[in-house]
Design a protein around this ligand. Structure first.
Ligand SMILES: *[C@@H]1O[C@H](CO)[C@@H](O)[C@H](O)[C@H]1NC(C)=O
Ligand SMILES: *[C@@H]1O[C@H](CO)[C@@H](O)[C@H](O)[C@H]1NC(C)=O
Ligand SMILES: *[C@@H]1O[C@H](CO)[C@@H](O)[C@H](O)[C@H]1NC(C)=O
Ligand SMILES: *[C@@H]1O[C@H](CO)[C@@H](O)[C@H](O)[C@H]1NC(C)=O
Ligand SMILES: *[C@@H]1O[C@H](CO)[C@@H](O)[C@H](O)[C@H]1NC(C)=O
Ligand SMILES: *[C@@H]1O[C@H](CO)[C@@H](O)[C@H](O)[C@H]1NC(C)=O
Ligand SMILES: *[C@@H]1O[C@H](CO)[C@@H](O)[C@H](O)[C@H]1NC(C)=O
Ligand SMILES: *[C@@H]1O[C@H](CO)[C@@H](O)[C@H](O)[C@H]1NC(C)=O
Ligand SMILES: *[C@@H]1O[C@H](CO)[C@@H](O)[C@H](O)[C@H]1NC(C)=O
Ligand SMILES: *[C@@H]1O[C@H](CO)[C@@H](O)[C@H](O)[C@H]1NC(C)=O
Ligand SMILES: *[C@@H]1O[C@H](CO)[C@@H](O)[C@H](O)[C@H]1NC(C)=O
Ligand SMILES: *[C@@H]1O[C@H](CO)[C@@H](O)[C@H](O)[C@H]1NC(C)=O
Length: 325
């Protein structure tokens, strides 16, 4: 009886602790400490070698991680190649600038050489994303929980249904995040990822050339900035040109996105949308403080990395990230 009470007590304590700390069963820091002690070092070394040569890689990996987690959870389904029978997530329309697959593959090969069958592709994506962004700081910007396992399903149709459109309004964006157990707070904070990287004109040129169908410009877009963008994007059907999302500062990971957002220079309608809701707009003001931003980003990306994860005996450890075992 005593023993039984103790177990009940522990279950309550553990449930309480895990809900307080926002833990997810099966995910923990340094999951591979005994099974593959050098795993995180290997990921970092290879990722840093690549970022040193390619300053655009952090934006690419961050986007890959986001796409992975929002479609079927963080299970590396974004890495699976299409087959004769199946069009995979990677080949869905929203892929347009997905890249960095070569880096993940190189990391996976190195890890399979050191500890075969141990480290999941899903964890590699989470770690390499953190490391690529951290490179310019010469230290890890946040802790990554590991213990994810890989899925074996990847469907283009699910990417189309789950990747939020850059044309969305605040309500639609919040609902899309809520479906993943993320809040509007996470939405605003994670939009800060647009501090690095580029976007195709196609995803915002309606705001420049034909916003309501009268050949007009989106009045919520800074008119000086709109004029600049019109010289960069040729026309509404320009699908090749890319533009920095944080102009003048597209390679540095910082809170500058919120600075330009306040100047009505958010590139997408989904950026401008963050100013259309009272509490979201207040949060944007708070994130103008750099320390607030880094602290908040750390927490929100942790929550993103917990979306529908496969842990324990669920899922598999893929041998090769681009194909199912
Ligand atoms: C890191 O990468 C470099 C360059 O590829 C390699 O020479 C070095 O041995 C690696 N170090 C570790 C600890 O893996
Ligand atoms: C980075 O560039 C250097 C010099 O061009 C090259 O030797 C090295 O292999 C490159 N590293 C990676 C990881 O591509
Ligand atoms: C494709 O479909 C065929 C027939 O349904 C099946 O035998 C084959 O295993 C499938 N191939 C892949 C790669 O899924
Ligand atoms: C993106 O999707 C298009 C088809 O919509 C495909 O041609 C292209 O290869 C895909 N890009 C990547 C990086 O997978
Ligand atoms: C990066 O950090 C390492 C370890 O903390 C240190 O030894 C190295 O000097 C730092 N490099 C730079 C460029 O600051
Ligand atoms: C937001 O967009 C959705 C879908 O396009 C639409 O149904 C809804 O009315 C919009 N909400 C607002 C407040 O504009
Ligand atoms: C959201 O949280 C609930 C309760 O913890 C869980 O059952 C559900 O699977 C989660 N959904 C996602 C998309 O993570
Ligand atoms: C602008 O949009 C309207 C309505 O969708 C369309 O009829 C018109 O052709 C478009 N104009 C241009 C220049 O694309
Ligand atoms: C739009 O711009 C692209 C890129 O410059 C160009 O290739 C294309 O011909 C233009 N289309 C129209 C309809 O002007
Ligand atoms: C990004 O920033 C770098 C360094 O300032 C600059 O050379 C590059 O042209 C920028 N990229 C875009 C697309 O504006
Ligand atoms: C437009 O952007 C400029 C900086 O380029 C800024 O000075 C100005 O205040 C912005 N205007 C509006 C209405 O936000
Ligand atoms: C993946 O496929 C294997 C073998 O077909 C199966 O045992 C496993 O349950 C599948 N895992 C997932 C997450 O679908």
């Amino acid at each position: 009886m005593k023993y039984f009470n103790f177990i009940v007590f522990m279950v309550i304590v553990l449930t309480f602790v895990s809900s307080v700390k926002g833990q997810v069963e099966g995910l923990e820091q340094n999951f591979y400490k005994t099974t593959c002690p050098n795993a995180e070092q290997i990921v970092r070394n290879i990722t840093w070698n690549h970022v040193a040569n390619n300053s655009e890689l952090p934006a690419k990996l961050l986007r890959m991680f986001f796409h992975d987690c929002f479609v079927r959870g963080c299970d590396a389904s974004v890495l699976i190649d299409s087959t004769a029978n199946n069009t995979a997530e990677k080949d869905a329309f929203p892929n347009l600038s997905l890249a960095g697959f070569d880096v993940i593959d190189e990391v996976k090969t190195a890890l399979e050489n050191s500890c075969p069958g141990i480290v999941s592709c899903a964890d590699i994506v989470a770690l390499a994303t953190r490391d690529s962004i951290s490179f310019q700081f010469n230290q890890s910007l946040w802790e990554v929980e590991t213990g994810r396992r890989d899925g074996n399903v990847s469907l283009a149709s699910e990417a189309l249904a789950n990747i939020l459109s850059p044309f969305s309004n605040f309500t639609t964006l919040s609902q899309g995040f809520a479906k993943k157990n993320l809040s509007s707070h996470d939405l605003v904070v994670l939009s800060g990822a647009h501090t690095i990287g580029v976007a195709h004109c196609f995803f915002f040129s309606n705001r420049l050339f034909n916003f309501t169908g009268n050949g007009d410009t989106d009045p919520s877009l800074n008119s000086t900035y709109a004029a600049t963008l019109k010289t960069l994007c040729q026309n509404q059907s320009d699908i090749t040109t890319t533009v920095a999302m944080d102009p003048g500062d597209n390679l540095t990971f910082n809170n500058h996105y919120f600075v330009i957002l306040k100047q009505n220079q958010g590139l997408f309608q989904s950026d401008a949308a963050l100013l259309t809701d009272g509490s979201s707009s207040n949060l944007v003001d708070k994130l103008l403080d750099s320390e607030n931003f880094f602290k908040a980003f750390k927490n929100s990306i942790k929550r993103m990395g917990q979306i529908e994860v496969l842990t324990g005996t669920n899922g598999v450890i893929r041998k090769k990230c681009s194909v199912v075992n």
